[in-house]
Structure formats: structure tokens, C-alpha cells
Design a protein around this ligand. Structure first.
Ligand SMILES: NC(=O)c1ccc[n+]([C@@H]2O[C@H](COP(=O)([O-])OP(=O)(O)OC[C@H]3O[C@@H](n4cnc5c(N)ncnc54)[C@H](O)[C@@H]3O)[C@@H](O)[C@H]2O)c1
Length: 492
């Protein structure tokens, strides 16, 4: 609930308006409605996709960017949320982009200096990134997508990212294109850096110096013996509207969840791993900057034990995600003498909401990635929260550390309209990414690790509910080697 606002009676677009939000548990959160970036008057923002995430981020864009609503427009292949766009006075058009028509349609809507915010599914990120680069258009997306027509191919997320990186030299300057920047992937990379600093402070009993380069981060991770890092998430939101047996349900994109969960899971395979899950290994690959493993099991069939303080151990799905690769690359230490690399195992460990777990189970049985009957839980959610953070495991240490956001549905709704706990974590990640892109033009292709994590967390944290770190001791017997073999459930 909005308790009060302190309006400094100032008409300037840069006025700082402070709002105090009172939550049901008595907590008061203060948010400054500060304009963190100015959109040039001649710059237009085109949003592609207006499903669960588009409407969630729109109010944040209007709140925190100095932009005229006339500069924003939306296209999406369905008009499901058109009314929301209209309520904000934003132009909305129902358009379906395909591999054959995207250049023509986008050329008619975008010009040099504009901004493309890609919040869609089933549209090739690579094609849009190259298009934007050629036309000098800034770009941000939240996931590495491909055309619906290309989904029959076996190409996995790791291969899509590797293919994109072959263009890195070409994309090393020019309009900033920030990829895979939502909550996870996205904000979670900033949370990971903060978590590592927290661990360093506890271990050394001293506030550490903040590393300023990739090499310094990688050295710190190595010196701290961090061998496994989970993106540990548990979504407990639920609706009273029960799931029908032929319905596929989630708190964000259903095709998005099914697409990534029905891929043979793949993640960065830490250099401490010595026991291969032989029965289920599909591929092991040494890239220049990290080791990659792919299993013959789907993400929706692969579970690990992970931990969040108030939940204790729970089983999370190991679903392929871009942060597994970008963080491993960033935290990869290379010994200059031996040329040996070392980096942690990093992967997602996700327990989606109950209805999504049931949907995943049916999707695996029916090999279904694009079902007809889908539902996103939203205004019908009656309770629950999304806990999303980073779990840090250090070799030979029983002490574990989780840092992240615990955001309830009630908090999310009172902070920003059109939101659930899940969508707000994503939307605020997108907002901090947009701010980075606008304030840092000319960086070419970048990932969240290249952004300023201190500024990102400063802007994001008021929107993250309880954002705090928790130490604990692994509650089960373990040799504390934290290998995948030890943590996986029924795999080896
Ligand atoms: N990084 C993160 O933390 C994170 C979290 C949640 C979602 N995501 C990603 O964000 C994106 C959006 O998620 P969502 O939950 O809003 O998805 P959604 O399925 O609810 O909505 C997708 C939108 O894309 C539009 N669309 C689909 N195909 C299109 C086409 N060919 N042309 C034009 N529009 C098209 C749809 O009309 C819809 O508006 C997805 O890629 C999803 O994977 C990322």
C-alpha cells in the first residue's frame, strides 16, 4: 500500500519524488521516483512482445526514465494486453514478426538512434542484434531466442550463445546491445558479484576491495575456493483457480519455460568436477573460457539439491540458462604460466510454482513445447513469493551462503502495477539494463557482467522485497567437495 509521498512541488522532469510503501508485515520501503536516464527527444523505444513481462516493465520505464510516452510504442503478435498499453497512452499494434518480414517491418518503425526492447518469444535474438547494429539502434533482450520455424533444430542454448559470440569482433563497438538481461539471466550476475564480496568479507574478516576487472573477479573466486554456484529460485505463488489437466501454467511465459526445460540440459562444468555422470553425458566441450557439459536428460528431468535459508534443502530443476555460461566465463581464472583454467560449476536450480511443476511433468510426457492451452498466473494469485538468489559453495567448507530477493505477491503488487513477484524481479532487472544501455552508448555487444553491479543493485534493491544474505550450514552429511555428482538427485 502506498503510505505517503513527498512531492517537492517541482515540475522538473528530474524531480525526485519519494514514496513510502507500507507492507502487511509492517515493513516500510522508501522508493525515490528518480529519473535515472534521459531519452533523447528524437529517440523512439519500440517494445516487441507484451505478454507477462512487457506490461510489468512499462510502468517502471515511465517512472524512472525521462521519456515522453509518445516516444514509446509496442508490437506483439497477440492483443491480450492491448488495454494495458492503452491505459498508459502507449501506441500498440498487433504484428507478427517472421524471418521473412522482420527487416521490412522494423525498418518502417525504427531509425538510427532508436532503442529496441525485445521482450518476445520465438524471434531470433541474433537476427535482431545484427539488424540493430547495422542501423545504429540500441538493443536489449532477456533471453537468447530463435525463430519459431528454427525450433526443430537440435541447436542448444550454449551453441546459440557460441554462434552469437562469433560475431563479437564485428559487434565490439557500435550501438550497445545488452543481451540476456532480465532477472536470471540478468540481475543475478550483479547479485552473484555482491554475494562473492560478502563471502570474501566473512572469510578474510575484512571488507574486500571491489575487483575492477574480469581477471580480478576470477582470481577472487579462485582464492575463495568457490567451486559451485547455484542460481537458486523457489516460486511459491498460487491461484485458487486449479490447473486443468490439459492446461500448461506458469508465472511467466509458458512457451518460454517449456522451450528451455525441454532442452537437453547443459551448463558450465567446473574444473573441480572429477566424476562424470557417464550414463547421462551427451557431450563435454572445452571452450576457450569454460568447460561445458550437456546431459542426455532434459532440464525438466534433471534435479539438484540446493538451499535457501528458510526453505532448507529443496530440489531444483537444472534448466539451461545463459548466466551459467556468461558467469563461468567471467569467473574463469587462467594461470599465466600453465595456461590452465579454473572456474566453478554454475547453473540454475529452479523450483517453479506448483502448477508449473505439474505442467513441466506433462510437457515432458507429451514432448510439448508449444501447447494450445496456456495460462499465466497473475491477478488470480492469492499468496506466495518468489525467492531468487545465488547460493555459494566453497570447497571443503560446510558453511554456505545465499544472497537474494524474497519478494511476496503482496509487496510486488503494491510497488508496481501489473506485476507479480516473479515479473517484478525480471522487470527491475530490465530497467537497470535499459539505464545502463542509455547511459553507456557505443559499447557494442555486452552481457550483464559488463555492467556496473553496484549501481544496478542500488536501483533494483528497493523493488526486491527482502534483499538479504543468509549464512547456513549444509544440513546433510557431505564431504563438502560440492561436485555435481554429490548434489544431483538420482543421476549418478
Ligand atoms: N531473464 C529473465 O529473467 C526472464 C524472465 C522471464 C522471462 N524472460 C524472457 O522474456 C521474454 C518475454 O517473456 P514473457 O513471459 O513476457 O513471454 P509471454 O509468452 O508472456 O509473451 C511473449 C510476447 O511475445 C509476443 N510474440 C511472440 N511471437 C511473436 C512474433 N513472432 N512477433 C511479435 N510478437 C511476438 C507475444 O504476442 C507476447 O506478447 C521471453 O523471452 C522470456 O524467456 C526472461
Amino acid at each position: 500500500m502506498l503510505l505517503s509521498n513527498n512531492h517537492p512541488n517541482c515540475a522538473s522532469k528530474y524531480s525526485r519524488i519519494t514514496h513510502h510503501f507500507l507492507f502487511w508485515d509492517g515493513n516500510i520501503v522508501t522508493i525515490t521516483f528518480e529519473k535515472y536516464a534521459k531519452i533523447n527527444g528524437s529517440t523512439n523505444i519500440l517494445i516487441i512482445g507484451f505478454g507477462s513481462i512487457g506490461p510489468a516493465v512499462l510502468p517502471l520505464i515511465i517512472r524512472h526514465l525521462d521519456v515522453d510516452k509518445k516516444q514509446i510504442s509496442i508490437i506483439a503478435s497477440e492483443n491480450t494486453n492491448q488495454k494495458i498499453a492503452q491505459q498508459y497512452g502507449i501506441h500498440f499494434e498487433c504484428v507478427t514478426l517472421t524471418k521473412n518480414n522482420y527487416k521490412e517491418i522494423l525498418t518502417s518503425k525504427l531509425t538510427s538512434g532508436d532503442f529496441l526492447l525485445n521482450l518476445s518469444v520465438n524471434i531470433s535474438s541474433l537476427d535482431l542484434i545484427l539488424f540493430c547494429h547495422e542501423l545504429n539502434i540500441s538493443y536489449l533482450d532477456t533471453s537468447l531466442e530463435r525463430w519459431l520455424s528454427e525450433k526443430d533444430s537440435d541447436e542448444c542454448l550454449h551453441e546459440r550463445r557460441t554462434k552469437l559470440m562469433t560475431h563479437k569482433e564485428y559487434l565490439k563497438s557500435g550501438p550497445t546491445a545488452l543481451i540476456c538481461n532480465g532477472a536470471n539471466p540478468g540481475l543475478i550476475s550483479h547479485i552473484a558479484k555482491q554475494a562473492i564480496l560478502d563471502v570474501a568479507e566473512k572469510v578474510t574478516n575484512n571488507p574486500p576491495q571491489i575487483p575492477t576487472t574480469q581477471e580480478e573477479w576470477a582470481k577472487l573466486v579462485k582464492d575463495l575456493n568457490i567451486v559451485t554456484l547455484h542460481i537458486a529460485e523457489r516460486d511459491t505463488q498460487f491461484s485458487l483457480q486449479g490447473r486443468q489437466s490439459d492446461e500448461y501454467v506458469n508465472t511467466w511465459s509458458v512457451p518460454g519455460l517449456l522451450d528451455e526445460s525441454l532442452e537437453h540440459t547443459g551448463f558450465s562444468w567446473g574444473t573441480h568436477e572429477y566424476e562424470l555422470p557417464n550414463k547421462v553425458v551427451k557431450k563435454i566441450e572445452e571452450t576457450d573460457n569454460y568447460r561445458f557439459i550437456q546431459l542426455s536428460k532434459y532440464g525438466a528431468n534433471t534435479r539438484v539439491k540446493t538451499w535457501i535459508d528458510d526453505q532448507g534443502i529443496f530440489h531444483g530443476f537444472v534448466i539451461p540458462h545463459a548466466e551459467s555460461f556468461s558467469l563461468a566465463e567471467y569467473f574463469c581464472y587462467r594461470d599465466k604460466q600453465t595456461n590452465q583454467i579454473s572456474h566453478p560449476t554454475i547453473h540454475y536450480a529452479y523450483q517453479p510454482c506448483n502448477d508449473a511443476i505439474m505442467s513441466l511433468q506433462d510437457a515432458v510426457t507429451n514432448n510439448q513445447t508449444n501447447p494450445d492451452k496456456t495460462r499465466i498466473l497473475h491477478s488470480d494469485i492469492v499468496d506466495g513469493c518468489d525467492e531468487l538468489g545465488v547460493l555459494i559453495l566453497r570447497q571443503n567448507s560446510p558453511e554456505i551462503y545465499w544472497l537474494g530477493s524474497k519478494l511476496s505477491i503482496q509487496e510486488a503488487r503494491s510497488l508496481v502495477s501489473n506485476n507479480t513477484a516473479t515479473s517484478l524481479q525480471v522487470a527491475i532487472g530490465i530497467l537497470v539494463g535499459i539505464i545502463h544501455v542509455i547511459n553507456n552508448p557505443g559499447q557494442g555487444l555486452i552481457e550483464p557482467e559488463q555492467c556496473d553491479f553496484v549501481q544496478a543493485l542500488k536501483i533494483a534493491s528497493p523493488y526486491l522485497g527482502k534483499f538479504s544474505g543468509q549464512w547456513g550450514v549444509w544440513p546433510e552429511e557431505s564431504d563438502y567437495s560440492w561436485t555435481f555428482a554429490d548434489l544431483s538427485v538420482n543421476l549418478i
